[in-house]
Design a binder for this molecule. Structure first.
Ligand SMILES: Cc1cc2nc3c(=O)[nH]c(=O)nc-3n(C[C@H](O)[C@H](O)[C@H](O)COP(=O)(O)OP(=O)(O)OC[C@H]3O[C@@H](n4cnc5c(N)ncnc54)[C@H](O)[C@@H]3O)c2cc1C
Length: 402
């Protein structure tokens, strides 16, 4: 057992940090203010291979492991949440779901262009009346011969108005509860498929968040991911990967709060001394350091388990719950250390607080993760093996070209 990253991981961390420093940080205040999604940064992320970081080379990816996925998420969110959100939906929630559940034909058709960054993908689960309670979704898919007819609306969907590919969920058997949900791969341009952007978000304002409307969209049967009725399992297994990237990203927020608070506390003088010398300020710095270490350990334990092919639903949920709450608490204290300056957008820390709030809501609210952890601890919940598990990382296999 060891607790450190290998040389490849360290190199990747430096590369992504430099990317955030050069490409994201100089632009982010303006993007945040104007609620603008920056296509140029997305294209550069694709060029860097971030959009297929942990996808095997034979499917167009960079062939790195799941720890690398965490590092890319962490260090992009060190730049800004919006860009980690892209990784969460494009790579973790959509591409990894296809890697896990897709047929070979589906991998060639959908995964390869996504991993190369030629097509952008999103994940449409939430609806206007169904967020935490996914089973309550209203979207319907009715089979007619070789096609399904999809009707319904998805809401709060990251990249909805930017994506080319959509993984959406709809009920094929409304009487069957969560066993009546199926998953479908849709693409922009299908008749009856419309998207729009939601404006006025508190944070992650440089990300695109929107809605998807499906009006009699004809979806060929070969676009169904998994078997009919497997949609709920597919969604939950995708969330195991999405939540991992959210936890890793939150770790990046804590890191940024700590670094910027230390720098500020050392140069800001009050009552004749740098504020870093006051123990009440040191308490807040120590809190952030403690949260950074705990969040890092919880997050990368989940990543390590993914590499081994071990089921990690409980560990990922715990990492996501802890790290996102810890990021919010750290941003709050970082503002406190910066005083009035922290309350203005002259510094980054007010943006960190607004951004961090979103992550305690999406991919399972803190209340949902609290319930999950209690259920595991009490023995009320025990995970059963899935028909298709996320494939364990295999360095040789992942680097093999097509
Ligand atoms: C910026 C952003 C991006 C998003 N991106 C996506 C995306 O890409 N794809 C996607 O599908 N969704 C996305 N979402 C939606 C997100 O996943 C949902 O908002 C989230 O699941 C919560 O659902 P809800 O908002 O409907 O809240 P609700 O489920 O209505 O919950 C409201 C409140 O009730 C509490 N609550 C609910 N049930 C219980 C219970 N049983 N016990 C105790 N408390 C409970 C919740 O914790 C919460 O505090 C995004 C949301 C945001 C804000």
């Amino acid at each position: 057992m060891h607790f450190w990253f290998n040389d490849e991981h360290e190199m990747l961390r430096n590369v992504v940090r430099e990317f955030s420093e050069k490409e994201i940080r100089p632009k982010i205040r303006e993007l945040d203010e104007k609620e603008e999604f920056d296509r140029e940064i997305l294209d550069k992320m694709a060029e860097m291979g971030f959009l297929g970081v942990c996808i095997p080379a034979r499917y167009g990816g960079a062939g790195m492991d799941y720890i690398a996925l965490g590092i890319v998420s962490e260090m992009l969110e060190w730049g800004d949440t919006a860009f980690r959100e892209t990784i969460s939906v494009h790579v973790a929630l959509n591409s990894l779901a296809i890697l896990q559940w897709g047929t070979e034909e589906q991998k060639q058709r959908w995964l390869v262009p996504q991993a190369r960054g030629e097509k952008i993908a999103c994940f449409g689960l939430t609806e206007p009346d169904a967020g935490s309670d996914v089973r309550n979704m209203r979207s319907r898919a009715v089979r007619k011969g070789d096609v399904y007819i999809l009707n319904g609306e998805k809401m709060w969907i990251t990249l909805a108005d930017v994506a080319d590919h959509f993984l959406v969920f709809a009920k094929t058997d409304p009487e069957a509860g969560h066993r009546g949900i199926s998953a479908f791969l849709l693409e922009r341009g299908m008749k009856g498929l419309k998207t729009g952007t939601i404006h006025g978000k508190m944070g992650a304002r440089a990300s695109n968040t929107g809605f998807i409307v499906m009006e009699d969209v004809e979806v060929p049967v070969e676009n169904r991911l998994g078997e009919e009725g497997e949609g709920f399992k597919i969604a939950m297994s995708a969330l195991d990967n999405g939540r991992y990237t959210v936890a890793a990203g939150a770790t990046g927020v804590i890191r940024a709060c700590l670094e910027e608070s230390i720098a500020y506390a050392k140069q800001r003088v009050a009552f004749g001394r740098p504020i870093a010398e006051y123990q009440l300020v040191q308490q807040m710095i120590a809190n952030m350091q403690q949260r950074l270490d705990i969040a890092t350990l919880l997050t990368y334990r989940a990543g390590w388990m993914k590499n081994q092919g071990l089921r990690n639903t409980r560990e990922t949920s715990l990492a996501k719950w802890y790290a996102t709450e810890a990021a919010f608490a750290s941003a709050n204290e970082a503002i406190q250390i910066h005083g009035a300056y922290g309350y203005s957008n002259e510094y980054n820390v007010e943006r960190y607080l607004r951004n961090a709030k979103g992550a305690v809501i999406y991919e399972g609210t803190s209340q949902i993760h609290t319930l999950l952890q209690a259920q595991y601890a009490l023995g009320y919940r025990v995970d059963k093996p899935l028909r298709c598990e996320l494939p364990p990382y295999d360095a040789e296999e992942w680097s093999r070209e097509a």
